[in-house]
Write a protein that binds this ligand. Sequence first.
Ligand code: HEM
Length: 258
Amino acid sequence: MGRAHRESYGGEMSTAASMVFYCLVFIAEILMFGVLSLVLFWVVHYRGGFAWREDVKLEFNYHPVLMITGFIFCMGHAMLVYRLFRCCNKLTAKILHTFLYLLAVPCIVVSTIAVFDSHNLRDPPIPNLYSLHSWLGVITIGLFGLQLVVGFFSFWLLLCCEHGTAKFRAGLVPVHATFGIVTFMLAIATAVTGYTEKALFTLKDPETQKSTYSELGNEAIVINTQAAALAALGILLPVMVAVRPFRRRWSERLTEHL
Ligand code: HEM
């Protein structure tokens, strides 16, 4: 690891690029904290809060909250680490990036258990994996798992033989970054279909059982706002990660230590 990790990585941005970048950071943070607060507010205020297996209807509520926490909040911040912490060395950024990724794992696992329970423990049970949303969900979770395994293997385990694997690891960086963006976008598409489904399932007139979604009541606005914030994040984060002027400029020598 040596000297390269002790040195600062802070490739400079132009003043104009810096101003645009930090404006985008500000908006992205509002959106990420906003959508997390709003999903919590929604399930607590409108959907009865949380319970575990004693009330599977309420157990479902862990699903949107923890999926948003894992896939949007943790993964979104993990994606931004290398752009945000320009003053720290590469190793610190890498540890933080891995930590945020790992933090998403229990959220995704518990959220998946909760949603399967909410189907399997119903009386009568609801079939699993029939919807478009659930298919997208399986692909998203699969891609996330693959990213985690490949990332851990290539950027941590292969450090055992740092010099011998440097080229291979450097070659994997753009692949890992691209798949990260793809997984994040897919998570957004999955979450948006989940919100639509939930709105169509639950926003109903209690007497006639007719959908009231089209009346755009308060709960519908809260649901749509979350999905709109996710769409905005789906534009913003890939731009912040992929646009060249926002990237750090690595020296040849430092790139060897990726
Ligand atoms: C991005 C993260 C998400 C992933 C990966 C995901 C994944 C899944 C999966 C795999 C299922 C199938 C469970 C089964 O068949 O037993 C499911 C069900 C469900 N999810 Fe999500 N979900 C996500 C976010 C959301 C959000 C934000 C909502 C909003 C409320 C939501 C609402 C639902 C609903 C209503 C179901 C039950 C109906 C169905 O199976 O389609 N999901 N989800």
